[in-house]
Design a protein around this ligand. Structure first.
Ligand code: ADP
Ligand code: MG
Length: 244
């Protein structure tokens, strides 16, 4: 479903992603772990072209962008629609209701009628457990509820892949579980997902594969049990020992 070949990204003279190759099969959940500043967010942001790579080939669901040649704006915006992204900060529209936040992209980008958009939003809000909160505004919702709206909003665009960048890091501890629950359900429904998280329990329970990234390279990858119980590389061992 996802193929990354020779991905490179620099900011000025700082090489942040150094020739990364990665394949993610359809329906698989890959959890990306690594120290702060190792390039995890940049990797996800390259996948949905919020950052323009300096080189490499990205492919999602058969659509390809080759950053070793020039890439048109049009092909980038088509490519971006293949992925839904959820950030640490939920960035909901404060003046719109829960339903309004989900219908916005459906009417403006997907061209659905208001009625169709509301119908779809209601299904998605039900799925993330927010049917009773559809007319509220973001300030009336907890962080966990807001993040679930953000997930519903991303799902509304029918992405082939969901990208999560530390989706629970800004939440109070008691609200983390409800967001992970929704992500777990999505995984079980067969969504292809790349998740940057520090929630090691989620990684152990849900990930098909864990990827440890440090200093812009994939140091080690494997099944969660392998990485957590038998890390091979010193850098992985050191990182995991610091989490305990
Ligand atoms: P992580 O998500 O693993 O903490 P990031 O991908 O956010 O790491 O950042 C990797 C490195 O790239 C860091 O050194 C960070 O300062 C740098 N970086 C990230 N985004 C930018 C940017 N827009 N401009 C300049 N440097 C950046
Ligand atoms: Mg980050």
């Amino acid at each position: 479903m996802i193929s990354i070949q020779g991905l490179k990204k620099s900011f000025g003279s700082q090489e942040v992603i150094k020739n990364v190759d990665l394949e993610i099969e359809q329906g698989k959940v890959v959890v990306i772990i690594g120290p702060s500043g190792s390039g995890k967010s940049t990797l996800l942001r390259c996948l949905n072209v919020l950052e323009t790579p300096n080189g490499g080939v990205l492919s999602i669901d058969g659509q390809k962008l080759d950053f070793n040649t020039s890439v048109s704006k049009k092909s980038i915006s088509a490519f971006r629609r293949l992925t839904g992204m959820v950030f640490q900060s939920y960035n909901l529209f404060p003046h719109l209701t829960t339903t309004g936040n989900v219908t916005e992209g459906l009417t403006t980008v997907k061209g659905l009628s208001h009625k169709e958009a509301v119908k779809k939003a209601e299904l998605l809000l039900d799925k993330v457990g927010l049917a009773d909160h559809k007319d509220k505004h973001p300030f009336q919702l907890s962080g966990g509820q807001q993040q679930r709206v953000a997930i519903a909003r991303a799902l509304a665009m029918d992405p082939k892949v969901m990208l999560f960048d530390e989706p629970t890091s800004a939440l109070d501890p008691e609200l983390v579980g409800e967001v992970l629950r929704v992500m777990k359900d999505l995984a079980h429904e067969g969504m292809t997902m790349a998740v940057v998280t520090h929630e090691m329990r989620f990684a152990k329970e849900v990930a098909d594969e864990v990827i440890f990234i440090d200093d812009g390279v994939i140091v080690e990858r494997g099944a969660p049990a392998e990485i957590f119980n038998h890390p091979k590389h010193e850098r992985t061992k050191k990182f995991l020992s610091l989490l305990q």
